[in-house]
Design a protein around this ligand. Structure first.
Ligand code: GDP
Length: 498
């Protein structure tokens, strides 16, 4: 025995039921085909339709990606047209490849979610996804997801005239930028004539309905002829794509169950680099491999939701004991809330992974079980890989550690997450689990009767959904339009797929 997995994974399922392409060699990226041996097998079937859509996408990316004649032609054309504000020669006429360029903003969780959203958009609109990285932020984090090509936009080289011709791409951050889709619409111009456009989907894009019209069918029809779209978003805007009638049928075929979009696309796209995978497997093998059960607890604090360390720790205990995720301390807190008697099975080994910028929560939890032991004869051990104190998203090593911890979190059998955290969304999504989400503090206190709630869905929350109804051409609630998109429990302004 000794296997900690409920079901022994089928070694022939290294391709995750066809989600992954077989066209890579294993050594280039150790995590790609072996992550399945660590994670609980996915309970969520994938459609053969998404499998063939991904294979089709991969051949498009191979044909149009950097280094190909088609790419060179597209860049050439862009350079020729970019100097004219809105070119009158239809830009798309010269080449058949078009692109969705992603640019970074905010922390790693936000980035993973916006890359996924941009990828789904690319998949739906036959564009090629390319990531623009400024500096170290993406470096050394992920393997290439598409065989025989790269998803990294070639860097601009100031001495090289062949550099990527959208100058100042890293400065595209504001909705009022001259070349943003919203600005073009505000000026009453035809977006379909532009050689490239900036699609501003940062949380403040809801200020003006022109920026939100990205999600409208008539604007989408015009964007088909724009060969380069540059995106910047700190949001998981996938639910917005599900609100577009033109993609409805295709999305229903790709995702007959809509609550697993990130679960599948995330496992398809994000394979930790060998460096990150080394961190993950060393830690896992040392502390978690032998456990009977792994519990992940993600503790994220936001300045806008203040609560004291003691109160938050109390909330975590309250949640995990009430929901039978962790045993109470022996001879300690009575398990009255559960009404259970001799709770756990004797001798069961539970390993708890705490991920947080702060060290206090795992220290307190470890002390608790160390001093009192666990009720029910279980053995509970508590581990926290790092406690870095503060967020430094521009640094490579910092991001590598953050990714390693998201991935470790995704190996859990049960997850407790913090509300509104994209870091937590990524962990639960890769795991394919509905987490127990800690409730947000009210007046600096955790609500005593509901310390946490089981999430309604595995899906991340789209924190800043559009509030424009394209058909009515008026304000409209995105959470009341279709049955499978609802307001999020952890962030009621947002919406999510259920
Ligand atoms: P969010 O702010 O919780 O939505 O998540 P993000 O990932 O977008 O941004 C938070 C960033 O702070 C992460 O990317 C990390 O750089 C850092 N961070 C937050 N929590 C943790 C943690 O538990 N472990 C590590 N290593 N870093 C964290």
């Amino acid at each position: 025995g000794g296997s900690s997995l409920a079901t022994v994974p089928d070694p022939s399922d290294r391709l995750l039921g066809g989600l992954l392409s077989p066209d890579f060699d294993d050594s280039s990226c150790l995590s790609r085909y072996s992550a399945a041996l660590y994670r609980r097998p996915s309970l969520h079937a994938i459609s053969s339709y998404i499998v063939s859509a991904l294979r089709r996408y991969e051949s498009l990316h191979r044909r149009c990606g950097p280094g190909t004649p088609a790419y060179a032609r597209a860049v050439e054309l862009l350079r020729a047209n970019a100097s004219f504000a809105t070119s009158s020669s239809s830009a798309a006429s010269g080449g058949s490849c078009s692109y969705a360029v992603w640019t970074p903003i905010e922390g790693l969780g936000n980035r993973i979610l916006s890359i996924t959203s941009t990828f789904l958009y690319a998949l739906l609109t036959d564009r090629v996804l390319l990531l623009h990285s400024s500096g170290d932020d993406l470096h050394g984090l992920f393997c290439e997801p598409f065989p025989g090509s790269t998803w990294i936009l070639p860097a601009a080289d100031k001495d090289n005239k062949d550099d990527f011709p959208i100058r100042g791409i890293e400065k595209l951050t504001d909705w009022w930028h001259h070349d943003s889709l919203g600005s073009v619409l505000r000026r009453g111009e035809d977006p379909g004539m532009a050689p490239w456009l900036y699609v501003h989907l940062r949380h403040d894009y809801t200020k003006d309905n022109r920026d939100q019209q990205f999600f409208c069918d008539d604007v989408q029809a015009k964007l088909r002829t724009v060969p380069w779209l540059v995106f910047r978003s700190d949001n998981y805007f996938v639910p917005g794509l599900f609100l577009m009638p033109r993609h409805e049928a295709e999305l229903a075929r790709m995702f007959p169950r809509r609550d697993v979009v990130f679960h599948h696309l995330g496992r398809y796209l994000f394979h930790p680099s060998n460096t990150v995978w080394g961190m993950v497997t060393r830690y896992h093998d040392s502390y978690f491999a032998k456990a009977d059960e792994r519990v992940g607890i993600q503790v994220r604090r936001f300045y806008w939701a203040p609560i004291s360390t003691d109160d938050l720790f109390g909330q975590i205990l309250n949640c995990t004991q009430r929901e039978d995720i962790l045993p109470g301390a022996a001879g300690g807190v009575p398990a009255a809330a559960k009404g259970s008697t001799a709770g756990g099975q004797p001798g069961k080994q539970k390993a708890v992974l705490v991920v947080s910028l702060h060290g206090e929560y795992s220290e307190k939890l470890r002390d608790l079980y160390h001093e009192h032991g666990a009720a029910g004869g279980e053995a509970v051990s508590v581990y926290q890989p790092t406690h870095l104190g503060s967020q430094r998203s521009g640094e490579q090593e910092h991001n590598q550690k953050a990714l390693a911890e998201m991935v470790l979190l995704s190996f859990s059998d049960a997850v407790v997450t913090s509300p509104v955290s994209t870091f937590g969304y990524v962990g639960q999504g890769l795991a394919g689990l509905r987490p127990w989400v800690l409730t947000s503090p009210v007046n600096k206190k955790a609500p005593a009767d509901t310390p946490c709630r089981r999430a309604a869905t595995i899906e991340p929350c789209f924190h800043a959904p559009l509030d424009y109804d394209c058909r009515a051409k008026a304000k409209g609630d995105a959470g009341r339009r279709v049955r499978h998109i609802r307001h999020c429990e952890d962030f009621p302004r947002g919406v999510q797929l259920v």
